[in-house]
Ligand binder design. Structure first.
Ligand SMILES: Nc1ncnc2c1ncn2[C@@H]1O[C@H](COP(=O)(O)OP(=O)(O)OP(=O)(O)O)[C@@H](O)[C@H]1O
Length: 806
């Protein structure tokens, strides 16, 4: 293939940029919208200051008026035929001569891109006019072959708009260093007439992903790319000239937040912006003459690699709206277009000479000869050492072998590439699904709050600018999300199925390798390639699983936070009941497991443990009256009426979440149930405890060092601080005070053993007596502390469960 530079003047050396301003809609004219766009002399665009235009006297000083000059500028009155003549028509001759050309429409939503590129039945756009022009141009040229395809890039996935199952028909993009990017499996039509192409455009456009946005009721959410490939014989050189014309209707360039979208629409917006950002970066790199152009940053730029700058003639049409409310978007579009003017191009003609073909065949034949000689030699050697079975020897035709190995290589690479692409799509769908799930939960929560007339909790994610405002709107949103989730789930199922089929096909190919590739070196090489591809794929798969796992952890954290809240409410309710209940009914209350929150610092891997320690309770806990009830009854009647008044306040202020209180006891909460099954002290602590003998509680002594809140609440003084050895400096915090207690100094006078002496003096003693336990050992045995899950798992500082003694 040979190349020559297009040399028809200055125009060919840089991107041509045209601006088209649409007229104001009737609705806009009827409202207070002001036209802030002026086009002068088909070249100059003046964007007036919207403040000045809207008679905002405060803003008139800071004029925002901007002026830009472009190759062409069309005002609202210019029709599509004129736009076509000034932009795409001059490219037709170049494509017929074997140059790559492209026309793309850029602009924010509702600015008129689709109108310009595809048009309407009465006002056809550039795509159909160009095809018409091509056929007119080469009507007499019998050698012309026109092939068209129509695809969209939606959410970073390429879809075939030409196939009947357009939405399902995802495409793979291949890059060939010689022929450039190509789409495998795309529906291509060999166009014989303009009508045929028009049909493809119309049908494809219907299949395109469109959604109403706040700016445009039929907003295109994807980038539509229409490619026309022309092949014709060069009458002078007898070579074949291959030209490609790409016409692109880009999705809206507005910021995702401006379209008032949420959920999948917001995700779309983010992906659209990603592609456009990548396109902008490529334009910047091409404009600055950088040696590296980041084409690989998005599917769109990868697809347009050979249609942007470089070896291509490009026309950009920037569509703008004259509406003063769209000032920012219009300005951004004009700045973007202005930058694109600087891209220098040097188009290359793709002329395939008949000689080139001959040379290529010669190379291929000589390669094949070498390969055949090698294989022959191998076969001879093998036959000598290990005679082949009859059937295999028959199949050992060299050409067949060569072909088989080549085919195998192509098939396995295709299989692995499509596996990676399926996996990536699956990840995208999973991600979208999990976002939907979170949104659905939040919307349902809002609806419940609304129905129960409770205040709506602050959302975990930032509010969208267009949250539903009525209950009906919220319910509509829920059904819409559910519909989308069902759609996504179906896509996920189909992707998973295709992935499975792909893996099975890959396995089969793997098994065929020894039969299809007899050349050992080649086999080893192919195995290596395959291994690399498989590893790449496995890494992708691992990323995927990691992502799923991470999301599960986030969900679990949410669940834990919810359990904490339930526990907090339940504890508060129990305390309120204690305070409310007359003395004679105290026995009915039974033992309740209350949660000690003295130490809630996270430690250890078992996240559920954290649910035991309701963090919000921490500040209240020191004020709890954890003395036996009969002692507490001696409180003044003032205290009781205060408690009762507080409870009434809570109820009337609707602070208590009665729904949450329906969750009965801590023992029935998921995290605890799991641990109960494991046995250990949780179960023990939830069992009714022996009645406590009346004890005299000494007043709390002066607090020093770390406090063991549970003991302090019983009037037990903390142990005196004992210097720790180095390796003991950081014991798990929940046990810090316990460890300190056990480090009590030796026996005192008149006691039987050192241990008894230690226990007698231990400030733990009143607590042991309160629970009818003989000594520390018995406590250890009952509590089985040494084998408790905290010890074994090294989980340390989960919140502690305490039993409120009667
Ligand atoms: N030059 C024009 N003359 C008359 N009507 C126009 C013109 N440009 C756009 N319109 C009308 O404006 C509306 C929005 O245009 P269009 O759908 O082409 O916008 P868009 O830029 O493609 O938006 P999106 O990015 O959201 O798809 C359409 O109803 C279209 O018919």
């Amino acid at each position: 293939m040979s190349s020559s530079t297009l040399g028809d003047g200055e125009d060919s050396s840089r991107i041509r940029v045209a601006v088209r301003c649409r007229p104001l809609f009737a609705t806009e004219k009827n409202s207070d919208v002001v036209d802030i766009c002026r086009i002068l002399d088909e070249h100059l665009v003046i964007l007036l200051d919207p403040g000045a235009a809207s008679n905002d006297y405060l803003r008139q000083e800071k004029s925002k008026e901007k002026r830009f000059a472009f190759d062409q500028a069309f005002d609202a009155q210019t029709d599509s035929q004129r736009v076509f003549e000034a932009t795409a028509q001059p490219l037709i001759g170049s494509v017929l001569q074997g140059f790559n050309c492209s026309v793309f429409a850029y602009g924010s939503t509702g600015a008129g891109k689709t109108f310009t590129m595809i048009g309407t039945d009465t006002e056809p756009g550039i795509m159909s006019r160009t095809v018409d022009g091509i056929f007119q141009h080469a009507a007499s040229d019998g050698s012309l072959s026109v092939t068209c395809c129509f695809v969209e890039v939606y959410n970073e996935v390429l879809r075939d708009l030409g196939s009947r199952d357009g939405r399902e028909g995802m495409l793979d993009l291949r890059e060939d260093p010689v022929t450039g990017p190509s789409l495998t499996g795309v529906t291509e039509i060999q166009a014989k007439s303009v009508e045929q192409v028009m049909e493809l455009l119309q049908e494809g456009n219907k299949r395109r992903t469109t959604e109403p946005t706040a700016m445009n009721v039929t907003s295109s959410r994807s980038h539509a790319v229409f490619q026309v490939r022309l092949e014709r014989r060069d009458p002078r050189s007898e070579g074949v000239m291959i030209g490609k014309l790409s016409m692109i209707d880009l999705a809206g360039s507005e910021r995702a937040s401006q379209t008032n979208n949420s959920g999948l629409r917001f995700l779309e917006g983010a992906n659209i912006n990603r592609s456009l950002l990548a396109l902008g970066n490529c334009i910047n790199a091409l404009a600055s003459g950088s040696s590296f152009v980041p084409f690989r940053d998005s599917k769109l730029t990868r697809l347009l690699k050979d249609s942007l700058g470089g070896s291509c003639r490009t026309v950009m049409i920037a569509n703008i709206s004259p509406n003063h409310l769209s000032y920012e978007d219009t300005l951004n579009t004009l700045k973007y277009a202005n930058r694109a003017k600087n891209i220098r191009v040097s188009a290359l003609q793709q002329l395939v000479q008949p000689d080139d073909h001959v040379r290529q065949y010669e190379h291929a034949i000589s390669d094949l000869r070498q390969e055949a000689a090698l294989l022959k030699a191998k076969l001879v050697r093998r036959a000598a050492t290990n005679p082949m079975p009859e059937s295999e020897a028959e199949a050992g035709d060299e050409a067949c072998l060569k072909e088989a190995s080549e085919n195998w290589k192509v098939e396995i690479i295709r299989n692995l590439e499509s596996r990676s692409s399926l996996q990536r799509s699956l990840m995208e769908v999973e991600k979208a699904l999990s976002q939907w799930k979170a949104e659905l939960q939040e919307a349902k929560e809002v609806i419940t709050c609304w129905k129960e007339r409770r205040p709506v909790a602050t959302p975990s994610r930032p509010r969208r600018s267009a949250e539903p405002r009525t209950l009906d709107e919220w319910q509509d949103l829920v059904s819409q999300i559910e519909e989308n989730m069902a759609e996504n789930a179906a896509t996920r199922r189909s992707l998973a199925q295709r992935l499975q089929q792909n893996k099975e096909a890959g396995k089969e190919l793997q098994e065929q390798l020894p039969r299809r590739v007899l050349n050992e070196d080649l086999r080893a090489f192919l195995e290596l390639i395959q291994r690399v591809k498989v590893l790449e794929y496995e890494r992708l798969e691992l990323d995927h699983f990691w992502e799923i796992h991470r999301r599960q952890l986030v969900d679990r954290d949410d669940e834990i936070a919810m359990l904490r809240e339930q526990l907090r409410l339940r504890n508060r309710h129990l305390r309120a009941l204690h305070a409310q209940l007359p003395e004679e009914h105290h026995d009915q209350l039974g033992d309740r497991a209350l949660l000690d929150t003295s130490d809630t610092t996270e430690h250890g891997p078992l996240r559920v443990m954290q649910a035991w320690a309701p963090a919000k309770e921490a500040e209240d806990f020191d004020n709890w009256d954890t003395r036996p009830l009969r002692q507490r009854e001696r409180r003044s009647s003032d205290d009781k009426s205060k408690d009762s008044a507080e409870l009434q306040d809570c109820i009337s202020a609707n602070v208590i979440d009665w729904r949450a209180l329906e969750v009965p006891l801590a023992s029935q909460i998921k995290g605890l149930a799991v641990l109960q099954e494991e046995g250990g002290e949780v179960a023990r602590l939830l069992l009714p405890q022996p009645p406590a003998p009346p004890i005299a509680i000494p007043p709390p002594t002066q607090k020093r060092g770390r406090q063991f809140t549970g003991l302090a609440a019983h009037g037990v003084a903390p142990a005196p601080p004992v210097p720790m050895r180095r390796h003991e400096r950081s014991p798990p915090r929940a046990y810090a005070s316990e460890v300190a207690l056990r480090r009590d100094p030796g026996p005192g006078p008149g006691l039987n053993s050192a241990r008894e002496a230690r226990e007698a003096r231990s400030p733990l003693n009143p607590l042991l007596r309160a629970y009818g336990l003989r000594d520390q050992r018995q406590m250890d045995r009952v509590g089985n502390r040494r084998s408790s899950p905290w010890r074994r798992g090294g989980m340390g500082k989960a919140g502690k469960i305490m039993v409120a003694p009667r």
